[in-house]
Ligand binder design. Structure first.
Ligand code: F1P
Length: 346
């Protein structure tokens, strides 16, 4: 959590401040409907943001793919806020959606990495992520920092609307501050992910399953795999498998099953049992201290414990590493994926 981020932690009071916000808190508090519009990885960050904003502020959020949103006739009310997310700030579809919204006088807040970008200039409000230059084409740290920005914004909105108590905000802040050390330890201990990735060498299709926040993150895991490893993959809401897609699970199909959310853990296990019964080879993700998941899967990646709402920031790390190693093992250039531009400006 950068000191310079548009939404940041006030260490002393364990709350969030947004010193660069131009609108008043009273104006922010009146928004009761949010559209999050973005492309690719940034859209996936938005999906995590949706769950978090709705949980902490009770404001309904719709996440839309920018390339579709620009052709819609969105229903804007006086109290609609649009959040556009774009690492580069130059993605054509995202920019087009922003411009359409501006024509209807909708307040637009941008989450972007690039100061001076079109999105930053044209939005009414900006949260800069200060993630540094994206050296590789595929977004990785951009995702993490966008998700963090969304957590901070959600907490700020919850403070302003009074939907979370100061003690609840302080608890999240404490956990957020422990995240960087946890990510470091996960990056240092990547052997198991490498091993699983190597075992996918001859494989041409892979599934990710999860529920709730785990499903949102699994979409990003699946996109990374397509982008840099060129492996067909699908992220599926685990409970939806039984409505047809289960037919594609057969002997040795790798399935990455995210089971980090305690309230729906049992339901996830029953979905894992279903795919195992059809011969899938399952890599499970569980929170440290959960000794149960190992009974139902082939291998387990343990994630450091944090608040369940914050796990997406951690879960995405081994998912990104999985794509990285799957790409390396296939002899591909991870930094220059085919058919992908750093910013898609057409
Ligand atoms: C959106 C995006 C990235 C993807 C690639 C192409 O970019 O789809 O998620 O990794 O870089 O563009 P942006 O709007 O976040 O810059």
């Amino acid at each position: 959590v950068r000191e310079t981020m548009g939404a940041r932690i006030d260490q002393e009071n364990k709350r969030i401040v947004m010193p660069e916000l131009k609108m008043s808190d009273a104006e922010l508090a009146k928004y009761d409907r949010i559209y999050i519009v973005a492309c690719g990885t940034s859209m996936h960050a938005g999906l995590v943001g949706k769950d978090v904003i709705e949980k902490w502020t009770r404001v309904p959020v719709e996440v839309a793919v920018a390339s579709e949103f620009r052709y819609r006739d969105p229903i804007y009310t006086d109290n609609t806020l649009m959040i556009v997310i774009s690492q580069s700030g130059e993605t054509a579809d995202t920019l087009a959606a922003l411009r359409e919204a501006k024509k209807s006088n909708v307040k637009v807040m941008a989450i972007t990495n690039v100061v001076g970008s079109s999105v930053a200039r044209e939005a009414d409000e900006v949260i800069f992520t200060w993630a540094g230059p994206e050296v590789a084409v595929a977004s990785t740290k951009a995702y993490t920092s966008q998700v963090v920005a969304l957590y901070l914004f959600s907490l700020y909105l919850a403070q302003v609307k009074g939907t979370l108590a100061a003690t609840e905000v302080a608890e999240v802040v404490d956990h957020l501050q422990e995240i960087p050390a946890k990510i470091t330890s996960m990056l240092e201990d990547a052997e198991q992910v490498r091993h699983f990735a190597e075992s996918t060498k001859g494989v041409n299709s892979l599934f990710f399953i999860g529920r709730s926040l785990d499903y949102a993150v699994s979409l990003e895991g699946s996109l990374k795999l397509k982008e840099i490893s060129y492996i067909h993959s699908e992220a599926y809401p685990a409970g939806e498998l039984k409505h047809g897609t289960l037919a594609l699970i057969e002997d040795n199909v790798p399935v990455v099953a995210l089971a980090t959310q305690p309230d729906i853990y049992e339901k996830m296990v029953s979905n894992i049992v279903e795919v195992k019964a059809r011969g899938a080879r399952v890599l499970g993700f569980a929170i440290e201290g959960n000794n149960d998941l190992a009974k139902s899967v082939d291998e387990v990646i343990y994630l450091p414990a944090t608040l369940p709402m914050l796990t997406p920031i951690l879960t995405v790390i081994p998912l990104q590493l999985l794509s990285y190693f799957a790409s390396v093992v296939r002899g591909l250039d991870v930094d220059k994926p085919r058919n992908l531009a750093k910013s898609v400006t057409v």
